[in-house]
Ligand binder design. Structure first.
Ligand code: XMP
Length: 510
């Protein structure tokens, strides 16, 4: 495995993903992790990330200098390279001004880092830095430069330590993948053996040992993460697994049943479908505030889930679909960022229930979970299902939630879903859905004046939901969706399209 030591760069996760895409397992740890802990993880190489600090600052984050005595290949990227240069006795000067964006690198020395690359022309790379390395440490060679930076890459083949001033993990860096692969395979001599097939196999072998003959309870939400957790566990421990699907009355039309039916048909699972619609809807009666809605739904979920889990008796473990980004968020060098919306689905559940957690996906990124799902033979409609928020349609019925308003939204939403599917856009966009607005407008139908609800259409492109842009759907498709909603959904006489990006908007309206 490769350990990535994080100095707070916005690109740290990207480094981890690129390394994994190359077939090598990687993990992110804070730069402050003591060396004995790092050594206990038995890594084959280290990568030091970039970061916003300046190495010339007395409080600059650093690593234990003892890692330089450890005979292990190291790649420093941006801040990581400046830190290596400083610790090894090179010369780093603070910035006059910062350099951001594209730069052209000229390779001036042969190196294993450049294996398989051809350099007739300068390489276009992505730079984002303030400080500069002026002179490399003793024993290091300058491998590349740019018009602004004398030391754009440096290395010591003897010590297997390299530094890059630019970011190979960013797509804007030409041959960035190749450079990272060269470090992994030529310098560190690793073997690419991290595949989702091997992950599934490892889980099948390790979960039974971990769990013994204990019982595990798992909440199914209809989304891909909890479904993959359930199928992985089912394959590993069979009937020791008990799944609970809570219908909170806030699901899309047919969505919950679809997944449950699929699982029942294909796997011999203990699966209980709990009808809790009334309890949720009565608690939400008259509530308009989005965070209040989330709180009520979260608490009610815990209550229902706890009651059901008690019925199973002697359950020792709670399975959750925690993913790697959630894990890193809590150990991150930067600390968690500000809460814009409270996104937890099962907040507080583990502490309340006093069970041990089983989190088979805690090492995976979302795209890897999808690959595991494919590996497990799950169908496209599950693998490529759009994300759906835990509070469900409650945060898409803006304002008060009533059974009637939910029904209007469900019908409109189904049309959006069907039209996106029929036109092939469903699989191209990140999310697409309808929102019911808390206002009425005037229209005319036949010769009659109408005074009815407005539906907003929200369709966005995104890679990780952190940022998003509204999808440029063809006008004909927009027209068809609008016509169908107005004609087929009683109570709606107007459809509008949301053309806000995130930021400053968010994907959901509440
Ligand atoms: P926003 O609206 O913050 O959404 O741009 C980003 C992503 O998160 C989903 N989302 C939620 N998911 N519980 C969830 O499990 C929530 O309360 C919640 N709010 C938003 C949203 O659908 C999008 O994919």
């Amino acid at each position: 495995r490769v350990l990535i030591l994080d100095f707070g760069s916005q690109y740290t996760q990207l480094i981890a993903r690129r390394v994994r895409e190359a077939g090598v397992y990687s993990e992110i740890h804070p730069c402050t992790t003591p060396i004995d802990e790092l050594q206990a993880m038995k890594p084959s190489a280290l990568i030091l990330s970039g970061g916003p600090s300046s190495v010339t600052d007395p409080d600059a984050p650093a690593v234990d200098p003892a890692i330089l005595e450890w005979d292990i290949p190291i790649l420093g990227i941006c801040y990581g390279m400046q830190l290596l240069a400083t610790l090894l006795g090179g010369d780093v000067v603070p910035a006059q001004d910062r350099e951001y964006g594209r730069a052209e690198v000229e390779v001036i020395e042969k190196s294993p880092l450049w294996s398989g690359m051809h350099f007739q022309d300068p390489v276009k790379v992505w730079m984002s830095h303030g400080d500069k390395v002026m002179a490399p440490p003793e024993g290091f060679t300058v491998l590349a430069r740019t018009p602004q930076v004398d030391v754009a890459a440096m290395g010591s083949a003897d010590r297997r330590i390299y530094g890059l001033q630019f970011h190979p993990e960013v797509v804007h860096t030409e041959d960035g993948d190749q450079i990272l692969r060269n470090f992994l395979f030529d310098v560190a001599e690793l073997t690419p053996d991290w595949t989702m097939a091997s992950f599934v196999e490892t889980m099948r072998d390790s979960l039974p040992t971990l769990i013994g003959d204990g019982k595990v309870v798992c909440g199914l939400s209809g989304g891909i993460d909890s479904t993959v957790v359930a199928v992985l566990l089912h394959k590993a421990i069979g009937k020791q697994l008990h799944c609970i699907f809570v219908d909170n009355g806030l699901l899309r039309q047919d969505e919950g049943e679809e997944v449950v039916q699929y699982l029942r048909r294909h796997f011999d699972l203990n699966l209980k479908y709990v009808q809790a619609q009334d309890r949720f809807l009565s608690r939400l009666h008259g509530v308009e505030d989005p965070e209040e809605k989330r709180k009520i739904i979260g608490h009610t979920f815990i209550e229902v889930f706890e009651e059901e889990a008690k019925e199973i008796k002697d359950v020792q473990y709670l399975a959750q679909g925690t993913l790697y980004p959630d894990v890193i968020e809590s150990v991150s060098f930067k600390g968690p960022s500000a809460v814009i919306k409270s996104h937890h689905n099962v907040g507080g559940l583990p502490e309340r229930m006093q069970m041990d957690l089983v989190e088979p996906l805690r090492e995976l990124f979302k795209d890897e979970v999808r690959k595991v799902a494919v590996e497990l033979g799950l169908p496209d409609f599950l693998v490529w299902r759009h994300p759906f928020p835990g509070p469900g349609l409650a945060i898409r019925v803006i304002g008060e939630i009533t059974p009637e308003r939910l029904e209007i939204l469900r019908k409109a939403d189904k049309i959006v879903h069907n039209e996106l599917m029929a036109s092939g856009w469903y699989y191209k966009v990140w999310q697409g859905f309808a929102v019911l607005l808390p206002l009425k407008t005037v229209g005319v139908m036949g010769d009659e004046r109408t005074y009815e609800h407005v539906i907003a259409l929200r369709v966005v492109d995104s890679v990780d939901a952190m940022t998003a842009d509204w999808t440029r759907l063809p006008p004909d498709l927009l027209g068809r969706i609008s016509n169908r909603i107005i004609n087929e959904v009683k109570g709606v006489n107007r459809v509008v399209y949301d053309v806000s990006s995130k930021p400053p908007g968010t994907i959901e309206w509440e």
